[in-house]
Design a protein around this ligand. Structure first.
Ligand SMILES: Nc1ncnc2c1ncn2[C@@H]1O[C@H](COP(=O)(O)OP(=O)(O)OP(=O)(O)O)[C@@H](O)[C@H]1O
Ligand SMILES: [Mg+2]
Length: 328
């Protein structure tokens, strides 16, 4: 482990809402609304949170598949937020994404060999023989026989397809892989095989991961640190043991209380949150969670809490943990 591989500062993505014949912009979906975090070299950062809280959008922003509305993305200290054209292409190989549904993300009309070779061909600089050799090597690395290279995606099981997706992601020696629900569509027994493969590959190739999942048990298994998102915000970020054993943010506490594996943690009693998740097109003022928080105070309705370190390596955005102002 070393310093920060990735540093994200106040990142935002607002999607315009268009309406009417003239397609006028009538508002914005605040999918990611000012989040900051780091990924340390060699770590797996897990990201959890309910559907629609902005996990995938955050992943796509970091991958530069999508432009940010505001904020900064530093990769090994270099600001990549506004890179485009050749400059963006030259750093593209440093990060790759592995998706939930390998069938949808793999082109069904091209063979496994072509799927894995594609990023190598686009990058250029290798002979056909070198590419063929690299494809065989990558298939081996992900636990597939090189002889499968002439087959097509539909001839494989879900787990095997995910191995092909991982081989393709590894083709250009990335430093960071964003895995977005990478095992969510797989059977539980296959899930653990793919998770174990990811752990092995991380060691072997010095990778770092952002591992996005709504499954708290899976994230607990694979992560070093875990970030919790709610309505486009990062509300808590801590080492895995701290987060699961000593959650601080009322949302994290509620989320863990609803998950069966929480029984092994600190949260014993199930907390049912009142109301619905508000719309990211119209998020509440102040703390985005105040409308559902059992501890909401006056200040929570007015002032957005800062995301700050309140214990060693434990960040939280919550007024309950703000230092009390001194009375004079
Ligand atoms: N291209 C887009 N245009 C408009 N709104 C979008 C777009 N992509 C995502 N959104 C909206 O942004 C919000 C966050 O979506 P996102 O897919 O990032 O959430 P998520 O946490 O990945 O959810 P899930 O767990 O269901 O995958 C949602 O309200 C979603 O509808
Ligand atoms: Mg998603």
């Amino acid at each position: 482990m070393g310093g920060n591989l990735l540093e994200v500062n106040n990142l935002k993505k607002y999607f315009p809402i268009k309406s009417g014949f003239l397609q006028k912009t009538v508002g914005h979906v605040k999918a990611v609304d000012g989040i900051s975090f780091t990924v340390r070299a060699g770590e797996t950062l897990g990201i959890v949170g309910e559907s629609g809280c902005g996990k995938s959008t955050m992943g796509r922003l970091v991958m530069r598949i999508m432009d940010a509305t505001d904020g900064q993305i530093l990769m090994e200290g270099q600001d990549i937020t506004k890179l485009s054209g050749d400059k963006l292409r030259s750093i593209r190989s440093d990060f790759q994404m592995v998706f939930q549904d390998p069938y949808a993300s793999l082109n069904p009309k091209i063979s496994v060999e072509e799927i894995i070779a594609e990023p190598l061909i686009v990058k250029g600089g290798l002979t056909r023989a070198q590419i063929a050799e690299r494809v065989s090597y990558l298939l081996n690395v992900v636990g597939l026989r090189p002889s499968v290279k002439n087959r097509y995606p539909h001839e494989f099981s879900g787990g095997q397809r995910q191995r092909i997706g991982i081989a393709r992601a590894l083709a250009l020696n990335p430093k960071l892989i964003v895995a977005d629900e990478a095992v969510s569509a797989l059977d539980v027994s296959i899930q653990s095989q793919i998770l174990n493969l990811l752990v092995e590959l991380k060691k072997e190739f010095n990778l770092s991961y952002i591992f996005i999942s709504h499954n708290l048990a899976v994230v607990r298994h694979i992560s070093d640190r875990v970030g919790v998102m709610y309505l486009g915000n990062m509300v808590e970020l801590a080492g895995k043991v701290d987060l699961y054993q000593k959650p601080l943010h009322p949302y994290t506490v509620a989320l863990l209380s609803a998950a069966p594996e929480a029984k092994r943690g600190a949260v014993k009693e199930r907390i049912i949150l009142e109301g619905e998740v508000p719309s990211p097109a119209n998020p509440p003022k102040g703390c985005a969670f105040h409308t559902r928080c059992p501890h909401a105070m006056d200040i929570c309705r007015e002032v957005r809490p800062q995301f700050r370190e309140v214990a060693e390596d434990h960040l939280v955005a919550c007024h309950l943990y703000e230092p009390q102002p001194l009375h004079s």
